[in-house]
Design a protein around this ligand. Sequence first.
Ligand code: ATP
Length: 609
Amino acid sequence: MDKAAGMSIRKMWNYCIFQSSRYRGMKYIIVLGALSAASVSYINSFLYAGILDLLLTKQYSAAKEQILILVVTVMLVSLTARACELMFRHYTEPSALETKKKTAQKTFLMEYEELEKEAVIRAFQRVRRGINGHGGITQQLMDMYHFFTGMIQAVFAAFFLGVLLVQSDFSKENKLLFAVGTAFLLLAFAAFFQLGNLAADRIGKLDLEKNRANEAGNSEGNYLFGVSCSDRYIKNIWMYSMKEYLVGKYQKMTARIFAKYINAERMIGVYNGMVMFALEILTGFIYVYISCKALAGSISVGQVVMYAGAIVTMINAIRNMMELKIRINYSNEYLKTYEEFLTRPNMHYDGTLPIEKRDDGDYELEFSHVSFRYPGTEKDVLSDVSLRFKVREKLAVVGRNGAGKTTLIKLLLRLYEPTSGTITLNGIDIGKYDYQEYVQIFAAVFQDFRIYHLPLDENLAGSENVDAERVKTVLEQVGLRERVARMKDGAHTLLGHDIGDGELLSGGEEQKLAIARALYKDAPFVILDEPTAALDPIAEAEIYENFDALVGKKTAIYISHRMSSCKFCDRIIVLDSGRFAEAGTHETLMRQEGIYYALYEAQAKHYAE
Ligand SMILES: Nc1ncnc2c1ncn2[C@@H]1O[C@H](COP(=O)(O)OP(=O)(O)OP(=O)(O)O)[C@@H](O)[C@H]1O
């Protein structure tokens, strides 16, 4: 086997076998299973040869004994092989689950900015494909198991052929002939392995090319397929008659990939054919060699049968190993990404300080000369922003699209680090706090909030431990109590269709639920980024009217394009192209007739008209 294949197998071993400490004993199962599976046919050939020789020399009672030994040995070894394979198969499923679990856990440890990068999104897709694709981890592990068996079978075959070569009981006349024949056989073996190596190398490279082409196609293909089959897109596709467009795109993509793919496949076929042809020639030569040895009386009839059996086993083992090696290399391409993914840096700016627990919610946050630009971009999204969040204040942040409002929140929640300047909590840089503790003081309703297709109450609690009373209170506060009471399992009703026949909520109901989730958390800071965009005017008015009651004594940061809804806030700040432009109450800002005034008037005039 070439070096690359050896590496691949070793990596596969590392990725899959030793992932879970609970399964460390599995390596002994693999070795025992592979040894017994590989040896069974040789044991059969070996003992059968002896029996044949005994029968030919009419030693019937010895032959009977040998037959008994053959039956018992083959049965025991076969049973061992089967038991080991079953035990290994039993292990593959938990190993696949372990891989998924580690991948999911890793995403929780990485920096948020990493998760938004195209390269990471791509890596994540490849990891998912590696875990699920090509028969999944389960099949990949079985391939590896059978590859080990093949390797041991090949080693046994080499041993048998070695014995065949050194068995010599020749007369003087044919000694030279057999010496030449043996040398030729050894040369033929060396040439075959050279050719096999070369072909395996080429096939490996072609396979890689094929995988890359496949991968690019898979990303596009999966996306187009996902869009075409998703209930979230189908309305738009029908409405804008996009069926032909999407199918056409899919066809073009498959034609492009297929052209690359088929070329590589053709060449792989040529190399495989060459190796198989060489193998057939070599096999034929070994048969001739065995026959000559038999004719020269150097080996018995039984041994002819034994060697012939060994050759058949060897040919099958080599064929299987070649096929498995190609499949393993294919899987490894993805598993390599999995390893790279797991070794990606974790959040590097996590501090260790605990957050002081305060019943009075007296936490003070301050931005001092904060500037920020997204990684890999040229322009600051926030420039020199200084801002203090006063305790229990209701603060509105307004500004045009792209002004940097959401980015401000992302920095506050430590999803990104400021490029310059500092953000402090009670005078200490927020980066110094333990992240898990830090996020406990915030409850946020994001602009792109997500409701999980899980039970409603667990959506609110973020856990299976639900406080039923608190669920009731927050549902009442956001006006969802009656709607939930009508659901078949009340607050514990499953939502959505992704994992079962759950209840479907309207966009506005989902948004109310997202607000309820923030209230359930009962954190000292509430952040609401466009929290009422999907609500009907009455529901929206109710939320605003109850805002004080909803938010209570908490500090609230509120982002909205509905200018009238900012009126109830204690202070409004205006961001303009990432800069802190204006600050004040609704009345003072209106008097200034600046950006806020312009935004407000632009919206209000349609109502006035
Ligand atoms: N992950 C990102 N990478 C690069 N640029 C980004 C990223 N996220 C946002 N931006 C850019 O940063 C700018 C500010 O975006 P942000 O979402 O903070 O604006 P916003 O004021 O909340 O806008 P809107 O009112 O439309 O929600 C935009 O120009 C946006 O394109």
